[in-house]
Design a protein around this ligand. Sequence first.
Ligand code: PGA
Length: 242
Amino acid sequence: MHPLIVANWKMNVELADAVIMTETIKNGLEPIDDVMVVLCPSFPHLPTLAEILSRQPIRQLALGAQNVSSFERGPFTGEVSVSQLKNLVQYAIVGHSERVKNFNETPEITNQKVKLLLKNEIIPIVCVGEFEKGEYSLTATIKLADTILDGLNSHQRQALVLCYEPVWAISSSRDSEPADGKYAEQAAEALHQRFPETKIIYGGSVSSKNIREFTVQEHIEGALVGKASLDAKEFLEIVKNA
Ligand code: PGA
């Protein structure tokens, strides 16, 4: 199975840099066969980057959105619908803790997004993870995943990716520290038992130095990378080491 490495550029990159980063990553990926990489830029950059990738497409590189509307169409100022993304991206991140924290998105809203994405054949990358490093964290994470994936059949669960991302491990969180591989594997294994059809990746302060710690684990099949994906060279090192 190819590891899945997702770059979440968040709101950090201007178009000119996004173009250079995409070209650098694409060139660097050409000789690396056994990986799947997804770049998630900001919405306005998607058409330009899609055009770059379509010129000489390579199997191991795709585009993803960082978010999508939970509504299908209509009077929702500022929203971007799944059908508007359909021919631009193959993946979309949903349920990221920054959406939960800053935009009050509930698991029920994320559930709507997952269903709309699946209906339109875009692969949802669903983030789940506890906010605090605490005793009952694993139970809370499973419960969250249960709500977000509610109503999906096994075929649909097979068509999505779950990202276990403990919020305290995200590099921009206060006093953040990466989870260690064993801790992440515990959560990934519990998620795997609950959703055996679903691919599970890890997110939270992943770098070229620690990526292996996660990808060697039995139930972790890749990573969601924030800060370290902003440097194309470092990101390619992560991909090589995965
Ligand atoms: P990080 O971010 O790699 O900077 O910790 C991960 C994320 O928030 O998706």
